[in-house]
Design a protein around this ligand. Structure first.
Ligand SMILES: N[C@@H](CCC(=O)N[C@@H](CS)C(=O)NCC(=O)O)C(=O)O
Length: 110
């Protein structure tokens, strides 16, 4: 079973709500610790910045891996969970997560 998961969260964010829909649909919402976090373009949040240089929500903090950000990346990670119960995620999945986060920061080379 994967380690603890903390989601920087706000009910106002449509991107957070998308991640929550994924979590509910997969029956995995009970595994999330939700931390109410304010993300505002003009006022970076140090608690989020510590794990996500973009200071955006949603940001998922994992006990057993680096933090993930961008709702598409987090949903892709979550949808891999049922398979993760049987075997560790493959390199191609990890590569897609990495590419998604690089793309979100504008650092993608593609
Ligand atoms: N592409 C990101 C967008 C996330 C996003 O823009 N979240 C907003 C809240 S709805 C935010 O954190 N804004 C703070 C900022 O832009 O500095 C995703 O899909 O997660």
């Amino acid at each position: 079973m994967a380690g603890a998961l903390t989601l920087h969260w706000s009910p106002k964010s449509p991107y957070v709500r998308k991640v929550m829909v994924c979590a509910h649909e997969l029956g995995l919402v009970d595994r999330l610790e939700l931390v109410r976090s304010v993300a505002a373009m003009l006022k970076p949040n140090p608690a989020i910045m510590a794990v996500n240089p973009l200071s955006k929500i949603p940001t998922l903090v994992r006990e057993d891996g680096p933090p993930l950000f961008d709702s598409v990346v987090i949903c892709e990670y979550r949808t891999s969970w049922p398979a993760d119960r049987c075997s560790p995620p493959g390199a191609s999945r990890a590569g897609r997560r990495c590419a998604g986060m690089l793309s979100a920061t504008g650092c993608s080379t593609r």
